[in-house]
Design a binder for this molecule. Structure first.
Ligand SMILES: NC(=O)c1ccc[n+]([C@@H]2O[C@H](COP(=O)([O-])OP(=O)(O)OC[C@H]3O[C@@H](n4cnc5c(N)ncnc54)[C@H](OP(=O)(O)O)[C@@H]3O)[C@@H](O)[C@H]2O)c1
Length: 303
């Protein structure tokens, strides 16, 4: 009998396991044969604490570390830059240094916010980074540390993540729609919504190939298929939710970003080109609309 790659055993340690992507990934990995998953939330592994990182890595000796930890409150990052930089920049550097010392490959999550958003058609991996604010800068510095400290790294930039848990645009829109007759959504920011479970699927597919010993370190992009605006995403969210619930909202009004003041400036285009992931790993983009239906079913307790 030919041994399948799927029977290769590997131990995967997830940091930030209580967040949207960390949780979805832990759930998925725990169902896989041949993969052992150690899922650690902030209390057990704080990425700002190098000593705790060292202890946890030496204790579990994983084959791979996946960094899903992050300070992701974009407006708060402008007000609390030290905290954002401590987690997203220094935290990533701490993990990369510790993983390099033990020769453990590191898969690190990053964001479309490393770009300024001026390319409406989207960004590929080798486009120049030019973050607009503290959050984007913290993610870019984190990436640069990972690249310089550890050759066995894979950086996966994702965008517009939604799920049935945590703090995200989908849940905030639903909350507003339940209580307000009119809600606004910006129609001049473009991007591709991406479910946390879809990101987990992509990470699993990458891991399966890494366990075969292929050498594909570097930076990759992933997002759901189909470009939309925040307005278009809100429309789809409300339509999906109305299958389950009568909402208070009567009007969804399209507004310009300029009319929607926030502490942090956001990229006008968050579109990520995902061709490199397809050509290297054979991983295709999944349509976000079908993921939205699934997440809405989960939200209403039907899964
Ligand atoms: N959400 C998006 O739209 C989006 C878009 C692009 C990229 N990403 C990236 O994808 C990754 C995961 O995002 P997500 O949406 O899953 O984020 P999330 O839901 O905010 O989860 C992040 C997790 O990291 C934890 N954390 C914060 N500080 C930590 C620390 N010092 N040590 C260890 N854990 C810490 C948080 O714990 P607490 O809750 O206790 O703070 C939280 O459980 C991040 O790198 C993020 O930048 C996200």
């Amino acid at each position: 009998m030919v041994a399948s790659a799927y029977t290769t055993s590997a131990k995967v340690l997830i940091c930030g396991a209580d967040g949207q992507i960390g949780h979805a990934l832990a759930e998925l990995l725990l169902q896989q044969q041949g993969l052992e998953c150690i899922a650690l939330g902030r209390r057990k592994l704080d990425v700002t604490d190098p000593e705790q990182i060292r202890q946890q890595l030496e204790r579990h000796l994983p084959d791979y570390v996946i960094n899903c930890a992050g300070f992701n409150r974009v407006d708060d990052a402008e007000r609390q830059p030290d905290q954002a930089l401590a987690v997203n920049s220094a935290g990533a550097a701490n993990l990369a240094a510790a993983c390099a010392l033990l020769s453990i490959p590191l898969l690190h999550l990053s964001s479309d916010y490393v770009f300024d958003g001026h390319y409406a058609s989207g960004y590929s991996e080798d486009d120049a980074a030019s973050p607009l604010g503290v959050f984007g800068r913290s993610k870019w510095e984190g990436e640069e540390s990972v690249r310089s400290l550890h050759s066995q790294h894979l950086i996966l930039r994702v965008s517009w993540v939604f799920s049935a848990r945590g703090d995200n645009y989908l849940l905030r829109t639903l909350e507003q729609a339940r209580h307000e007759a009119m809600i606004e959504a910006v129609d001049d920011r473009r991007g591709c919504p991406t479910s946390a479970e879809d990101v987990a699927r992509v990470i699993l597919a990458i891991l399966r190939q890494l366990t075969c010993g292929i050498d594909v370190w570097g930076t990759y992009h992933y997002c759901g298929a189909e470009i939309t605006s925040r307005y278009g995403f809100s429309e789809a969210i409300l339509a999906a939710a109305r299958q389950y619930e009568e909402l208070a909202v009567q009007e969804l009004r399209a507004v310009a970003s300029a009319d929607y003041p926030a502490a942090a400036q956001r990229p006008a285009s968050s579109v990520l080109k995902c061709r490199k992931l397809l050509s290297t790993f054979g991983i295709r983009q999944r349509p976000w609309r079908s993921e939205l239906q699934r997440v809405i079913r989960e939200h209403y307790g039907e899964l």
